[in-house]
Design a binder for this molecule. Structure first.
Ligand SMILES: [Zn+2]
Length: 151
C-alpha cells in the first residue's frame, strides 16, 4: 500500500466511524482513524453526554483505544467532519504526547480531504521534554529575578 493509498483508506475509515458518532446535543458528528506504526488502525467517534463537559472527541477516542491496546507511535490520523474542520486544541495536545511528526488528514463529509501535520496545527508545543530539568532557555537572554533581594 502506498502512502497515498493509506491516506485514502484512513479517510474512508474516518468517514465510516463518523456514522457511529453519538452527538445528540451538538449534532456535529466526527469520525477519526488513527494509523499506528505497527500497521494497526484504530477508529473513534465523538461520544457526547447530557453532562456536556464529559463529552469526548473522536480523535481522543481513537488515541485512547490505541494506547490502551499497546500502540504508542503513530503515522497519521484522519478526521472526518461535515465541513473538514481541524481538531480542537485538546486533541492537538493529546496527539502531541505521542509525537510531533504525525500527519493529519482533514476530510469533509463528501470525502474531500487535505493533508497537514501536527507541527503545523500545534507549533511551539508543550511536551514531555518541557518537564525535564534545565528548561528551554539555557544560554539565552534573561532578566534578573531578584532572588535574595528585598521587595
Ligand atoms: Zn477534540
Amino acid at each position: 500500500m502506498t502512502e497515498q493509498q493509506l491516506w485514502e483508506h484512513l479517510v474512508r475509515l474516518a468517514l465510516e466511524a463518523r456514522e457511529r458518532a453519538y452527538a445528540p446535543y451538538s449534532g456535529y458528528k466526527v469520525g477519526a482513524a488513527l494509523a499506528g506504526k505497527s500497521g494497526r488502525i484504530y477508529t473513534g467517534c465523538n461520544v457526547e453526554n447530557a453532562v456536556y463537559p464529559l463529552s469526548t472527541c473522536a480523535e481522543r477516542t481513537a488515541i485512547v483505544k490505541a494506547v490502551s491496546e499497546g500502540e504508542r507511535e503513530f503515522l497519521a490520523i484522519a478526521v472526518a467532519t461535515e465541513n473538514g474542520a481541524t481538531p480542537c486544541g485538546a486533541c492537538r495536545q493529546m496527539m502531541r504526547e505521542f509525537g510531533a511528526e504525525m500527519t493529519v488528514l482533514l476530510a469533509d463529509a463528501q470525502g474531500h480531504y487535505r493533508q497537514t501535520t501536527l507541527t503545523a496545527l500545534l507549533p511551539d508545543s508543550f511536551s514531555a521534554s518541557d518537564l525535564e530539568a534545565g528548561g528551554r532557555y539555557r544560554g539565552s537572554s534573561h532578566v534578573e529575578t531578584g532572588h535574595g533581594g528585598q521587595s
